[in-house]
Design a protein around this ligand. Sequence first.
Ligand code: SAM
Length: 247
Amino acid sequence: MNAPKLPPTDLPHLSDPVPPGVTHPKTIKSFVRRAGRTTTGQTKALQDLGPRFILGYQKQVLDFPSTFGREAPTVLEIGFGMGEATAHIAGVLPDTNFLCCEVHEPGVGALLKRIGEQELTNIRILAHDAVEVIDHMLPPGSLDGVHIFFPDPWHKTKHNKRRLVQPVLVAKLAARLKPGGYLHCATDWEPYAQQMLQVLGAEPLLKNTATAPEGWADKPEYRPLTKFEKRGLRLGHGVWDVVFRRV
Ligand SMILES: C[S@@+](CC[C@H](N)C(=O)[O-])C[C@H]1O[C@@H](n2cnc3c(N)ncnc32)[C@H](O)[C@@H]1O
C-alpha cells in the first residue's frame, strides 16, 4: 500500500482554523505550490529572459518608471497561470505596463516564452505571493488597474477561506488604485462570482461599473477568451466578469 502523502512542511494545513473576525490571515495562502514539469522551452526562457523580466521580491516600494523604463499606466495581474491572457492583453495595450504575479514556476517560464515570441517589453514578473507584493512593494494610489482572472475557486466550503477575493485583500487593492482605477475579476464558478460581487460591493472605495441590474459587466474587449474558457463555454458553463472602479 502506498504511504499517504504528507503536505510539505512550509505550507499551512488546509484544516487550520481561521481566527474569528479574520478573513484572510497571513498563514492561509491562496495557492498551494503545485508540482509541475518545467519544459525545456520554459527553462530556456527562464534562463535567457528571466534576468530581464523577473523582478526580485523585496520589502521595499517599487519605483514604476525605473522598473519599466518609462512612465505609463500600470496594471497589476494576480495569478497569470500560463500567461495566455496576460501576453495577449500586453500585446493589445502596448502603452500600459503590466506587473504580473505568479508563484507557479512553469507558468512563469511559459509567460517568459510568450514575451520572447511576441517581443513584448511592457511586462515585468514577480514570481512571488501577490499578497506580500501588495503589502510591501506597492504604494497607495499607484495602480491604474488590477486583473484577477479565474482565481483558484477553492470549491469546498472548508477551503473557501483561501479564496483571493476577500474583504481584506480587496481593501488593500482599492487603496492602491488611483481614483478612477479599476479592479476586474472574472470567474467561471458562480458561487465565487457572487462572492466577488458581494465583497467588491461592500468596499466603500469601489463602485460597480455595470449598468445591468444583476451587477455583472460585459467582458471588456481586452480580455481574450482563453483555451480553457472556450472549452468551458462549449460545455455550457457560464463566465462572469466583475469590474469596479475606485471612486
Ligand atoms: C486557476 S489559475 C488561473 C490562471 C490564469 N489567470 C487563467 O485565467 O488561466 C490561478 C493561478 O493563480 C495563482 N495564484 C494564486 N494565488 C496567488 C498569489 N497569492 N500570488 C500569486 N499567484 C497566485 C496560482 O498559482 C494559479 O496559477
